[in-house]
Design a protein around this ligand. Structure first.
Ligand code: NAP
Ligand code: ZN
Ligand code: ZN
Length: 346
């Protein structure tokens, strides 16, 4: 199938228009017309090889919302016309303990990413969602609730699930005090979900101009971290801190904000190691944990939760021709709060 999209040809090049082939439908495949594709900061990290050597040409994009246009002969999960979402992985081994428990993102053989990786045949380069159409095995796609607009849904497929999963894992609910570091694509979903779960939410942001938006999204407190000693009054305040910051920072000043036995979950992946002051961990038996997206069952649970609570991402819809500018604005923390590319403009 002929597809059109945007690709990076090298780590130094801008995104450029690109034509390529998608596979013909296998018996368990569905084809979808992409309505919107979100721009995740992980796309930028990978295009620029900030996480190590990458595969080019690269078609980024793993926040995909669209409509089913064709189905293989054995497909049972979807029918033509269904609203469908695809996230950060398109396959996994299906047989390991993680896959069998619906945690495909932690597949023991490694999940098969939506792009910048080889598919499970070991030769086909996976090409992502900055394109007009997609083909995927039905087991690795999810249903989108009818009441949600597709542009605001696209970012849920990565940014949404990545914040929903740790909030559920650490049992956030009424009475929980949660801090979200960084109010970008991921962070703003963390605020919405934590507030919907009943938590008291504090945003820790280095952009003072985002204060009103943070409160509007459900935060109770907003702290401008660029103000000297801004964090001091927050010592030992939080049950859970979600770090979504895409850049390196001094993690120790944030560890001090955790209560006894509380956890700071690292979600942002700047590509450089953090220096951890062990003393900040010992005092209060604190923990640092990681969390990576979510599995297929939890993605569906998250979308159903969004349908129930009318939660979508705050998006700026752009044409494909604006994507390079959108990258620069994202790096400059100038995005409110996710760029999504209109699939009709590829
Ligand atoms: P984003 O939209 O660019 O948001 C990142 C936010 O971090 C910015 O809006 C900004 O918030 C803050 N920030 C950026 N540079 C900063 C700096 N120099 N100092 C302090 N704060 C800074 O990025 P995103 O798409 O949400 O992704 C965030 C990170 O999560 C990326 O590293 C991405 O690769 C990673 N990620 C991880 C997973 C996972 O499964 N764990 C999934 C998706 C993405 P303020 O302006 O509010 O300070
Ligand atoms: Zn992502
Ligand atoms: Zn597996």
């Amino acid at each position: 199938m002929k597809a059109r999209g945007l690709a990076a040809l090298s780590a130094q090049s801008a995104l450029t228009t690109f034509e390529f082939e998608r596979r013909e439908l296998g018996s368990h495949d569905v084809a979808l017309d992409i309505a919107y594709a979100g721009i995740c900061h992980s796309d930028i990290h990978q295009v620029r090889e900030e996480w190590g050597p990458a595969i080019f040409p690269m078609v980024p994009g793993h926040e995909i919302a669209g409509t089913v246009s064709a189905i293989g002969e054995s497909v049972t999960k979807f029918k033509i016309g269904d609203r469908i979402g695809v996230g950060v992985f398109i396959d996994s081994c299906r047989t390991c303990a993680s896959c069998l428990s619906g945690l495909q993102q932690y597949c023991e053989e490694g999940m098969t990413g939506t792009y910048n990786t080889l598919e499970r045949d070991g030769t086909t380069v996976a090409l992502g969602g900055y394109s007009n159409l997609f083909v995927i095995n039905e087991d690795y796609a999810v249903h989108i609730p009818e009441n949600l607009a597709l542009d605001g849904v696209a970012p849920l497929l990565c940014a949404g699930i990545t914040l929903y999963s740790p909030l559920r894992k650490w049992n956030v609910g009424k009475g929980s005090k949660v801090a979200v570091m960084g109010l970008g694509g991921l962070g703003h979903m963390g605020v919405k979900f934590a507030a919907a779960l009943g938590a008291e939410v504090t945003v820790l942001s280095h952009s003072a101009s985002k204060r009103d938006d943070a409160i509007e999204m459900g935060a109770t407190h907003f702290v401008d971290t660029s103000v000297p000693r801004a964090l001091k009054p927050l010592h030992k305040s939080f049950d859970l801190i979600l770090n979504t910051v895409s850049a390196s920072l001094d993690i120790n000043s944030y560890l001090n904000l955790l209560k006894l036995d509380a956890t700071l979950v690292v979600i942002g992946l700047p590509g450089k190691p953090y220096e951890v002051n062990v003393g900040a961990l010992l005092d209060g038996r604190r923990r640092i944990a990681g969390s990576m997206i979510g599995g297929i069952p939890e993605m569906q649970e998250m979308l159903d939760f969004c349908g129930l609570h009318s939660i979508v991402s705050d998006v700026e819809v752009i044409d494909a021709s604006y994507a390079n500018t959108a990258y620069e604005r994202t790096i400059a923390s100038d995005v409110k709060y996710r760029f999504v590319i209109d699939g009709a403009t590829f």
